[in-house]
Design a protein around this ligand. Structure first.
Ligand code: SF4
Length: 939
């Protein structure tokens, strides 16, 4: 008998497993990092982890190449050549921290607003915001203003929570899942797993996206909508559902402000405001007694239709206003079909399907619960239609109102926080009233008067100086964009360059590739960062930047503070920030150094602690003048935002306390023992109807999410918006500038509206008839992935995809190139045909194109020769309209950058040697990666 070869089918892949949290995208999955000989040998998913339950994606397993990337910065750098050249010398950390302090200390002592501190994709904003608050500058925000603040603010102002990773469909019960827009590098494993689960049960999925890729490719039905018209499509669905009476009247009466009475007298200074009692509570009419009552009175049965007369003024319920607006024929399917690029039949069919599943397939769960009015319920009603949306509907100048419209659609169906519907993840739901207002008062040597970012309730909360000028460098919370809850990072450089509203001294940024893929108007930003004044000094005098990699932005800074990779650092994925909660559980997580850095780099948050200690910032300094924290790990364990509440909720006190408890010196060890995360499950009976469910509210108080129960009703009608309209009509002490009055009145409507994207009004749409979009690749996370040796194999360059109509109209063939022109710029790029695409839309992958010399790639790398950015076609300002003003290319409510409003024209072009525009190479501070990358782990 022939001897069979002996094969070891389960070879030892490691001699140790270290459990931490992935950061190859924003999902924050749990990972088991297998170590051999002290090196990372292999990464797999952690089966016990609440986010991914063992699932690992291609990005996650490619983390090995991220940790070993040749593009990693190696030591602090001081610029020695001109800005933009990439010429640096390596310096010690002592010198780097001293330079930073020498710049920052005088600013703090004289005028803290001269520091602008903005962070990119970092997920430690509660910490970085705390640092900025203690420094005293009003100029802090993270990147939400150019990402998806429309979605976050639209959700909070409507229902106290948003999509993105702050909520999820009830994957166990939903029977119809409708997904609008995507950012496939976010929440990707949970959404993939969820779609898999619902499909296994035979549930249906409808994708609404101009591009049928990724999740949309597996949708049962695809709506290839025209960009920027999602809001109109949604309002048409609302029209159809209201017309057919397919709305949940009981849910609307109990849990929303549909029955709240609104002043209907157009001559009253309170026109459009709620009728309130002496305590300020909105009033409704009780259906049984006909009496006025506060909305939360025990036993009240709010009436959706009764009006009320008082002092000669009629007050009408919000429901009246909604019926009046949305039953209007302007929202009929026939009226919107052409504009949306969706047939009237299809709109009607989708509305009918939503109605059938929500009402004919309703079900109950036998979970007893008690609502905030004290009424006990024996069961929970399930409406198995769920919605989810991401960046696609958000990055438009009408994105805030579109996000609100989608929430109104969910709410009229009674499908938020019910079985089968959309569910919040703690710390949400959280009403506007539980969020801070923005703070901007600063003084030399003092901390800011409160947190920077928040939710304005009316004009009184705007961040304006006494003379009415913007208090913040990004002009957040001003009349131009009153509800800019995430700030406007995309406006910082252009405002600082223009000295409008004032000049700054130091720009301090973290993880934001502003001289490349994170800016609109990429060329303009490069020019602003290198521009000099009449004395030859840089217009933006000093730039400090922190990144782990040799990104394009590195070349434009004066001082580089090199960060670690995600496997070499402590991180805190905190309930104070963007945790990893599930709809049924609160959860948070850590990262810890599973490998020590082999370079002279430090975690950025630790560097901020060290800077705070040198500057003796108040929140970081004990009463005896000694530092409170040695590094970020020390802060994670010992910082208390309030007594007993810290960055990590698990293993507090003696190790058994949850949510609230004294700092526990062994907390990080306990997290590591537990797999790098902590979970606390919401008890059955408390896990649906959360905004109104007293068992949930009490659980949230115990967890430290609230200090007292915060039940509230959903704001179909957003009264704070009406207050801005009233100001624009001339009421109140704080008045907008005249040139903004009409826009505020038109766009700050308290009931969702749709208006065309601003670019449609600013350019000749006959000259620029085509919509142009970018999408984030599922296989990568922004610009980080494109230098990863494994992930580069998936998207080494990015063609511009054309739909069949444009492909044939222009006679394109494989291998062709196109000239693409907008009102602002021109690019020449390779094209490819894609049939499953809105017929009037072209698109490409985001952030694949690289500048020569950056990311340690060779100068002839496909990313640098065939890869390109659409950003060159976009500008932070709209083209001149002839009114003498330059309007910003953003949403007028939140200031969100309107990336996806872009209009272009396209034509065939001779193939150039490389994609245009091509910029001269920058000098790489880390050299180039080797041609051949190979190493052996272990023996
Ligand atoms: S989905 Fe994101 S966080 Fe999860 S494994 Fe993939 S890259 Fe990592």
């Amino acid at each position: 008998m022939t001897q069979q070869p002996r094969i070891d089918t389960s070879p030892h892949v490691s001699d140790e497993v270290r459990k931490t949290t992935c950061y190859m995208c924003a999902c924050r999955c749990g990972i088991n990092v297998h170590m051999k000989g002290g090196k990372v040998a292999y990464i797999e998913g952690n089966r016990d982890h609440p986010v991914n339950k063992g699932v690992l994606c291609a990005k996650g397993s490619a983390g090995i190449m991220q940790v070993n990337a040749p593009s990693r910065l190696r030591a602090p750098l001081k610029r020695v050549g001109p800005r933009g050249s990439g010429e640096f010398e390596e310096i010690s950390w002592d010198e780097a921290l001293q330079i930073a302090c020498d710049w920052l200390e005088p600013i703090r002592k004289t005028d803290p607003s001269k520091l602008a501190f903005f962070t990119g994709r970092d997920q430690s904003q509660s910490f970085t915001g705390y640092w900025a608050q203690n420094f005293g500058t009003p100029n802090f925000a993270a990147h939400g203003g150019f990402c998806s603040v429309n979605m976050a603010a639209g959700g909070i102002y409507t229902m106290g929570g948003a999509f993105w990773e702050f909520g999820q469909p009830d994957w166990d019960h939903t029977k119809l899942f409708m997904l609008f827009g995507v950012a496939e590098d976010h929440d990707s494993n949970p959404i993939k797993m969820g779609i898999g689960r619902i499909k296994a049960r035979g549930a249906r999925m409808i994708g609404v996206n101009p591009i049928r890729s990724g999740y949309n490719a597996v949708a049962d039905d695809w709506v290839g909508i025209t960009p920027g018209t999602d809001g109109l499509f949604i309002l048409s669905l609302i029209h159809e559902l209201m017309r057919a009476g397919k709305i949940d009247l009981d849910y609307l009466a109990r849990y929303t402000n549909a029955p709240v009475l609104v002043n209907a007298d157009p001559n009253s200074p309170e026109h459009g405001l709620f009728l309130r009692d002496a305590e300020g509570k909105p009033l409704v009419k009780d259906r049984k007694t006909g009496k006025l009552m506060a909305f939360d009175t025990p036993g009240v049965r709010p009436d959706l239709s009764a009006t009320h007369e008082a002092d000669g003024i009629t007050h009408r319920p919000v429901m009246h206003l909604m019926a009046e607006r949305y039953l209007d024929p302007q929202y009929a399917p026939e009226a919107v079909a052409d504009r949306c690029g969706v047939t009237a039949d299809k709109i009607r069919r989708i509305a009918a399907e939503i109605a059938r599943v929500a009402f004919d397939e309703a079900f109950t769960l036998d979970h007893e619960w008690t609502d905030f009015r004290g009424e006990p319920h024996k069961t929970m009603t399930g409406r198995p239609v769920s919605f989810h949306a991401m960046r696609g509907i958000s990055a438009h100048s009408n994105g805030f109102q579109t996000a609100r419209a989608l929430h109104v659609l969910q709410i009229i169906l009674g499908t938020v926080e019910v079985p089968g519907g959309f569910r919040f993840k703690p710390p949400y739901p959280k009403p506007v009233s539980a969020h801070p207002t923005p703070h901007c008062k600063y003084a030399p040597g003092q901390p800011l008067d409160g947190p920077h970012l928040g939710f304005v309730r009316g004009p009184e909360d705007l961040a304006l100086k006494n003379d009415g000028s913007p208090a913040r460098i990004d002009k957040a919370f001003t009349w131009e964009n009153p509800m800019s809850a995430h700030g406007l990072m995309h406006m910082v450089i252009s405002n600082a360059h223009a000295g409008d509203p004032y000049k700054i001294d130091t720009l301090f940024m973290y993880m934001a590739n502003m001289s490349w893929n994170s800016s609109m108007n990429t060329r303009g930003v490069m020019e602003m960062l290198t521009d000099t004044d009449e004395n030859g000094d840089y217009v933006i005098p000093r730039i400090i930047y922190s990144d782990a990699y040799s990104s394009e932005m590195v070349a434009y800074a004066d001082l580089i503070l090199p960060d670690t990779t995600y496997l070499e650092r402590h991180d805190c994925i905190s309930l104070l920030d963007r945790p990893i909660c599930e709809a049924d559980a609160a959860a948070d997580a850590i990262r810890w150094p599973v490998v020590e850095p082999d370079r002279d780099v430090r975690g950025f948050q630790t560097v901020l602690v060290q800077l705070a200690n040198k500057l003796k910032l108040p929140g970081f300094t004990a009463e005896d003048g000694t530092p409170r924290y040695q590094d970020y790990a020390d802060y994670m364990v010992n910082h208390e935002r309030k007594p007993g509440i810290g960055p990590l909720a698990g293993f507090r006190g003696n190790g058994e306390d949850v949510g609230r408890g004294a700092p526990n010196p062994a907390q990080i060890d306990r997290y590591i023992e537990n797999g790098g995360f902590f979970v606390s499950h919401i008890p059955e009976g408390a896990n649906y109807y959360k905004p109104w469910n007293m068992a949930y509210q009490d659980w949230a108080v115990g967890m430290g999410i609230f200090d007292a129960p915060q039940p509230y009703i959903f704001d179909l009608y957003a009264e704070p918006m009406r207050k801005f309209q009233l100001a624009a009509e001339g009421y109140g002490d704080r008045q907008p500038p005249d040139h903004l009055r009409a826009r505020i009145k038109a766009t700050m409507d308290p009931l969702p509206i749709w208006y065309p994207p601003f670019e449609d009004d600013s350019v000749d749409t006959e000259e620029f008839p085509v919509h142009a979009l970018t999408q984030r690749p599922m296989a990568m996370y922004h610009s980080w992935g494109t230098q990863n040796a494994w992930l580069r194999q998936i998207h080494g360059h990015n063609p511009l995809y054309l739909p069949t109509r444009l492909w044939e109209k222009h006679g394109f063939s494989d291998g062709d190139w196109a000239r693409v022109t907008s009102a602002h710029g021109e690019i020449t790029v390779p094209v490819a045909h894609m049939a499953a695409l809105n017929e009037n839309t072209v698109w490409t992958w985001n952030a694949i194109g690289k500048r020569k010399g950056a990311w340690a790639l060779s100068e002839d790398a496909p990313e640098a020769t065939r890869g390109f950015l659409l950003n060159h076609l976009i500008h932070e300002l709209l083209p001149p309209k002839g009114d003498g003003l330059r309007w910003s290319n953003s949403d007028p409510v939140t200031g969100q950058a309107a990336w996806f409003d872009l209009r272009v024209k396209i034509g065939k072009a001779p193939a150039p040697a490389e994609a245009q525009p091509a910029y001269p190479p920058i000098k790489s501070p880390v050299g180039q990666g080797p041609d051949h990358l190979e190493w052996k782990v272990g023996k």
